[in-house]
Design a protein around this ligand. Structure first.
Ligand SMILES: [Zn+2]
Length: 315
């Protein structure tokens, strides 16, 4: 069943509609649990599109194993997806900064309020993001420390490689996940892959994880593969940020999710005009590279990657 969750009239005749698909068992019972899969809040992040498709396909294939409600919201920011724009086009607005919204507010505020209203009450929500066009991320779940006790056990079911618990930050208060978590609907934020692309392998990995999560809370009775054991980082100094010291063209020399030793060369920043190597980007610690620069042009200070300390990886 496809349902319109929120709609607003656009200035000239068009209507902006946010839709969801609900998949339910044929023998639907009262009080069944519900999982919501949300993606496309950022219009330039597409990894979640494949996850929505593949998850639905896997569920339909063994529909008799479904024991709860699955709501799939593939395009929270449909105008952004249609126009390859991160925010809401014409409003110059990051959609993940407008929650919880206001039912009586302007267009974007009322959209946000209707979305929250529809998702609220789910037993678990996954909000799937795909980094941005500059950086590739290993499949990971990011959790605000305020909700870690409740969310880590759920995240561990999701077959991701890494769970990153970060400090509370005021800018995050206007996100969809924060709004849901602070009002009692558990929401996990997935980051994986890279903007404007689909990494099928990561999508398949997450779909296995979602089925596993569904099984752990009683929504799925089918066979699942055991979740891989995620590395959990809880301390700010577990993660080391690598920034470019000079502008130029970044040419990586290592692979994503590679274990590195202090002093290893992660890549070079080169100047195509002079033919010079402007900087060798060196690993400052022993660790594993969970974020790596995908878009080659860098300015001074641009993020090249993020490393997780070996002590955390080895636990
Ligand atoms: Zn995003």
């Amino acid at each position: 069943m496809i349902k319109t969750v929120a709609e607003v009239l656009l200035p000239v005749d068009e209507v902006l509609r946010i839709k969801k698909r609900r998949i339910e068992p044929d023998d639907k019972k009262e009080g069944m649990k519900r999982i919501s899969i949300v993606t496309g809040v950022h219009g330039d992040e597409l990894e979640g599109q494949y996850v929505c498709f593949e998850l639905a396909r896997r569920i339909e294939e063994k529909k008799e194993c479904l024991n709860g409600v699955v709501d799939i919201y593939p395009a929270m920011n449909p105008l952004g997806i249609d126009s390859i724009t991160r925010g809401i086009p014409a409003f110059d607005l990051d959609m993940n900064r407008i929650f919880p919204g206001n039912a009586d507010g302007n267009m974007t505020e009322s959209l946000a309020a209707n979305i929250i209203k529809d998702i609220s009450g789910s037993d678990v929500v996954l909000d799937i993001h795909a980094s941005n066009i500059y950086l590739t991320e290993i499949p990971q779940i990011r959790i605000n420390e305020l909700h870690e006790k409740e969310l880590i056990p759920l995240a561990q079911q999701c077959n991701v490689d890494f769970i990153w618990v970060h400090g509370a930050s005021t800018v995050l208060e206007s996100t969809l996940a924060y709004s849901l978590n602070s009002t009692g609907t558990p929401c996990l934020v997935v980051e994986m892959g890279v903007g404007m692309r689909i990494t099928k392998e990561y999508g398949d990995q997450l779909v296995e994880g979602i089925l596993n999560l569904m099984k752990s809370i009683g929504i799925w009775k089918g066979k699942v593969r055991a979740s891989r054991k995620a590395i959990v980082s809880k301390k700010a100094d577990d993660v080391c940020f690598l920034n470019a010291a000079s502008g130029g063209l970044f040419i990586p020399g290592v692979k994503h999710w590679e274990r590195l030793k202090k002093g290893d060369i992660i890549g070079r920043i080169i100047d195509p005009l002079s033919g010079k190597v402007l900087e060798n980007v060196i690993s400052p610690i022993d660790g594993i590279l969970f974020t790596i620069r995908d878009y080659p042009i860098v300015d001074e200070g641009s993020l090249i990657g993020r490393l997780l300390k070996e002590e955390v990886v080895a636990v």
